[in-house]
Design a protein. Structure first.
Ligand code: ADP
Ligand code: ASP
Ligand code: MG
Length: 413
């Protein structure tokens, strides 16, 4: 008998039929004698609908009130799944984040989980009951409802698995595993049987939304056995999905590149003609950081005539705010010539632990993009990834070209 945490995403919970399908899958696992905690998302489209409704009323909705509202999608699906399970004869009980007590900090809209109270869940599990928990939500020390950021149900699932020391955390979604890139963009993308934790962390942080980055961080920190699977496979035809592994498989040669990630959610800002003197990066990025805006890539050009240009990228949602700070505070303060902004850019990245032992990957990547006439605006590298910023209109082309260049469409040898 094992303790298993399963998480079902929005598409998997998208209609009464699909919820019944989830209930049948849960029942099959239960029939094998396992204890089950099931974490669910809102029905697909529901969180977007709620956010749009809030923005219709208030362009910058109050963050606390937004969480009170957008957490309701998951409150609906936990109850529906509990009803479906009871209807097929199982014992089941639903819990909101606050009822479990998923304690978070008070950063509304992107709260972090601090602690999870196991008591209620353990009691139910011991009583042979399927525990159903609302993903994406928690409660802070003052009793305020919080949410964990878009895609946060993944993190709820892994955090519960960590707290309960579950034998496995299964993330059920609308694809049957982690692919070499988003199969919606490249139909030739291949499913990976396994992927190293490090690579998954990079892919998630660089935009592959199959797992929320914080869920992968949690899995790493608490060594949660994590698997991504499809909730759409028929009984008897299920595959093993993709296992996130903590050791590199040394018996097989690692592919140089394991996957291509992309992120549309980017914007670039450039401060033109700033005096080329010590402290200038701090003077520009200090006020940006003070306003809680995360900066991703940074480039300072070689100076000439005593001035230089300074560019950086931010999340597209923060573009307007960052530009305003540059124009109103930084430009007059540092004596810059002008501020330029571009919110039609994207980031495309190649990820692979095999890169460590293979030089020349970057030049291969740059040549492939050049041959398609795609101009690279910014570059950033680490031991296991190379990212470039390109014009958003080239996103799909760049992803397809890189997928082919690194032969990700070919089955591994
Ligand atoms: P859920 O609602 O189940 O949480 P998401 O839409 O958040 O599902 O995540 C699944 C989606 O992630 C897939 O439908 C796919 O389009 C996208 N995706 C992006 N990159 C990848 C990848 N490398 N492998 C698999 N899916 C990916
Ligand atoms: N319902 C939330 C969202 O759409 C959380 C999730 O699906 O993981 O972002
Ligand atoms: Mg998701």
């Amino acid at each position: 008998m094992a303790l298993i945490v399963q998480k079902y995403g929005g598409t998997s919970m998208g209609s009464p039929d699909r919820i019944r399908n989830v209930a049948r899958r849960v029942a099959r696992w239960k029939a094998q004698g396992h204890q089950l905690v099931v974490v669910v998302s809102a029905m697909s489209g529901e969180t977007n609908r709620l956010i749009a409704l809030a923005k219709d009323l208030s362009p910058q909705p109050d963050p606390r009130e937004l969480d009170v509202m957008i957490s309701t999608g998951e409150q609906v699906t936990i109850a529906l799944l509990a009803m479906a399970l009871k209807d097929i004869g199982l014992k089941a009980k639903s819990y909101t984040g606050a009822q479990v007590k998923v304690l978070t900090d008070s950063t509304f809209n992107k709260a972090r989980i601090l602690d999870i109270d196991e008591a209620n869940m353990r009691r139910d599990l011991d009583d042979d009951t399927v525990v159903i928990v609302a993903g994406f939500q928690g409660v802070d020390e003052h009793g305020n409802i919080t949410t964990l950021g878009r895609g946060g149900s993944d993190t709820s699932g892994v955090a519960l698995a960590a707290a309960l020391k579950a034998d496995e955390c299964q993330i059920y979604t609308d694809v049957d595993g982690v692919y070499t890139t988003d199969p919606r963009i490249v139909p030739e993308a291949r499913k990976l049987e396994r992927i190293t934790f490090e690579e998954m962390l990079e892919l998630a942080s660089l935009g592959s939304k199959v797992l929320q980055i914080r869920s992968v961080e949690f899995a790493g920190k608490y060594q949660v056995k994590l698997r991504v699977l499809s909730s759409f496979e028929e009984e008897g035809k299920e595959t093993n999905g993709t296992l996130i592994t903590f050791e590199e498989d040394t018996t097989m040669e690692q592919p140089i590149i394991s996957g291509i990630a992309f992120n549309r959610d980017e914007a670039k800002l450039t401060v033109l003609g700033v005096p080329d003197r010590p402290g200038i990066a701090y003077q520009i990025l200090g006020p940006i950081a003070d306003s809680n805006i995360d900066v991703d890539m940074i480039i300072q050009n070689v100076g000439h005539d005593g001035t230089t240009d300074f560019s950086f990228t931010v999340n597209r949602g923060e573009f307007a705010r960052a530009k305003k700070i540059l124009e109103e505070q930084i430009k007059p303060h540092v004596g810059a010539r002008a501020i330029e902004g571009d919110n039609k850019i994207c980031k495309v990245s190649a990820v692979g632990v095999g890169m460590r032992s293979h030089p020349g990957v970057a030049s291969q990547m740059f040549r492939a993009l050049a041959e398609e006439g795609i101009n690279i605006q910014m570059i950033s590298t680490s031991e296991i990834k190379i990212s470039v910023v390109v014009d958003e209109k080239y996103l799909e082309l760049a992803v397809r070209v890189l997928h082919k260049t690194f032969e990700l469409d070919q089955a591994a040898a």
